[in-house]
Design a protein around this ligand. Structure first.
Ligand code: NDP
Length: 226
């Protein structure tokens, strides 16, 4: 039977690549953009329906949940994220910059997942949170982008709490590292292209359907240290 995925943050970069790859694999795709004028690339892809969402805006999240009521999702892929201030040492970022970074990367993904969880098949569905190797407390420090890494470590922490509170369920949760990928965020010097990363991540989601549990892994399926 055809599977359905909701990809959050699909206007460009990895989210757009994920929407393309899920579609290539025959999935029905619901893909979100913040602004409907960013939907051009998505609207060229077969089996893609575009929805608008700002993940940090509670009213926008509630409106999306209302529009999707009754939809059955096999996978929810919370991809959206921000890099935060890059042009200054972590300790010199303003309170507003730190607040926006941590709210967007660590809190908003979980609030969104809580709102949409009832749509995801609780026997064999998958919820993915886009993390990063930089969020590993064991290996991230010293790799640069420390505020961003800390926000992804916070996301991992929040996700483990989310999983602990799920109780008995067939749902699988993945904290995913996409590799270092050429996007606006990853930069031109990144070794991986979007297609390779997205292909790997879609393979991991497909393998995870029905497997249960929570894993922190990269796009090739290799486990990462928390
Ligand atoms: P980009 O900056 O290229 O794209 C980010 C996407 O997130 C855009 O679609 C953007 O939408 C969306 N977004 C940002 N904030 C919000 C919000 N408040 N509500 C809804 N959508 C939002 O980044 P990448 O594609 O590189 O990264 C995607 C994810 O992968 C992020 O979570 C990132 O942290 C993670 N990641 C990326 C790595 C890399 O090497 N590229 C490595 C490790 C992790 P808009 O166009 O409107 O801004």
């Amino acid at each position: 039977m055809q599977k359905t995925v909701l990809v959050i943050g699909a206007s460009r970069g990895l989210g757009l690549g994920l929407a393309k790859q899920f579609s290539n694999e025959g999935w029905q795709v619901i893909a979100t953009v913040r602004n409907s004028q960013q939907a051009d690339a998505l609207s060229q892809i077969p089996r893609v329906r575009v929805e608008t969402l700002d993940m940090t805006d509670a009213a926008s999240v509630e409106a999306l949940a209302r529009r999707l009521a009754g939809t059955q999702l096999d996978a929810l892929f919370v991809n959206a994220g921000v890099a935060g201030p890059q042009n200054k040492p972590a300790t010199q970022a303003s309170e507003a910059e730190v607040g926006q970074l941590f709210f967007t990367n660590a809190v908003a993904p979980l609030r969104l997942a809580e709102h949409l969880l009832s749509l995801v098949d609780d026997k064999q569905g998958v919820v993915v949170f886009m993390s990063s190797i930089l969020g590993s407390v064991e290996t991230g420090p010293g790799m640069g982008m420390s505020l961003y890494g800390a926000s992804k470590a916070a996301l991992n922490h929040m996700t483990r709490t989310f999983v602990a509170e799920l109780g008995e369920t067939g749902l699988t949760v993945l904290s995913m590292h996409p590799g270092w990928v050429k996007t606006d965020m990853g930069g031109e010097q990144a070794p991986l292209d979007v297609e390779t990363s997205a292909r790997g991540m879609v393979e991991q989601v497909t393998k995870a359907l029905g497997s249960g549990g929570h894993r922190y892994l990269d796009y090739q399926g290799d486990p990462l240290p928390w």
